[in-house]
Design a protein around this ligand. Sequence first.
Ligand SMILES: CC(C)(COP(=O)(O)OP(=O)(O)OC[C@H]1O[C@@H](n2cnc3c(N)ncnc32)[C@H](O[C@H]2O[C@H](COP(=O)(O)OP(=O)(O)OP(=O)(O)O)[C@@H](O)[C@H]2O)[C@@H]1O)[C@@H](O)C(=O)NCCC(=O)NCCS
Ligand SMILES: Nc1ncnc2[nH]cnc12
Length: 264
Amino acid sequence: MYNENMNKVINDFLKAIEIEFSFYPSLGLVSKQNSGCHFDMDYKTFQNSLKIFKPFLKTIYKDFNQIKDFYDLKQIGFNFENKMFEETNGVNTHKGLIFHSSIFFYCFLYTQINAGTLQKNIINFCKPLKSIPIKSKSMDLCKEYNLAHPTQIAISGYPVVFKALNYYQSIQHLNLEENLKYFLLLIFLTVNIDDTTMILKIGIQSYNNIKADLNSLAIKIEKNELSFKEIEEINNHFIKERVSPGGAADLFVLVMFLKLINYS
Ligand SMILES: CC(C)(COP(=O)(O)OP(=O)(O)OC[C@H]1O[C@@H](n2cnc3c(N)ncnc32)[C@H](O[C@H]2O[C@H](COP(=O)(O)OP(=O)(O)OP(=O)(O)O)[C@@H](O)[C@H]2O)[C@@H]1O)[C@@H](O)C(=O)NCCC(=O)NCCS
Ligand SMILES: Nc1ncnc2[nH]cnc12
């Protein structure tokens, strides 16, 4: 397969990742400004972690014809997950994103050369995921509270990502600086998924309360009712509460990627 645009597509993916770990305010996530609520990682850790994504995406592109099914891709994902942990000295920066981006990027390539829509091709490709048993704390949590595990989002073709892209496009006319539009997108994703990294940290009750608070914060920002200083104060409060939506951050990258490639 040859595609002269592929370098641009890969660069757009890398750019999307960099925007995600750079923008501020971003609740308790790591940004260029600060480490949010994290003690074990900072902006530099994410820059190191970013290094694995170019060879990772290039491998998926180069090996496209050898990747026969979900299991082949899973193996590539595992290899690069190990490389990520080497780059970060064992800190989990992008485990979720490696999982999501491999599926998303592979299916994006597939859609370019085959029939169908990106979403339908993802649903089709992820069918085997339904029968792979997952034993983890977050899976236990999802079973206990009937939440959507990250794999469930993939199985259903990432509907929340496409919804979030529409939302992000709908706020482009607002007179807000770019960072606040990113912030609104992060809030949208956080309230529209079950972010297991966050629930494991703060518990389901606080998580639900925080979702309600985030909803009203978003409305105020959209209406331009808060100064930047006031938004920063609220953001600092979320940092103190250890609100760090790592799952929403991963999906933010997918939305930003679609935006950068002008997906429609
Ligand atoms: C099958 C896997 C997805 C693993 O499943 P598991 O049950 O182990 O799931 P989790 O570890 O809970 O989730 C994996 C990561 O997915 C992100 N995530 C969480 N909720 C959602 C959601 N609702 N939607 C989408 N994505 C979600 C999240 O990743 C991000 O957060 C991580 C950082 O979190 P943080 O709290 O800062 O750090 P921790 O180490 O957790 O805590 P501290 O010690 O700091 O307090 C970071 O990774 C972000 O990316 C979840 O962590 C899958 O992993 C798998 O099978 N992988 C291997 C193979 C593969 O990739 N194959 C390719 C596809 S075929
Ligand atoms: N910017 C970020 N900060 C903390 N955890 C993350 N997981 C993915 N992106 C992240």
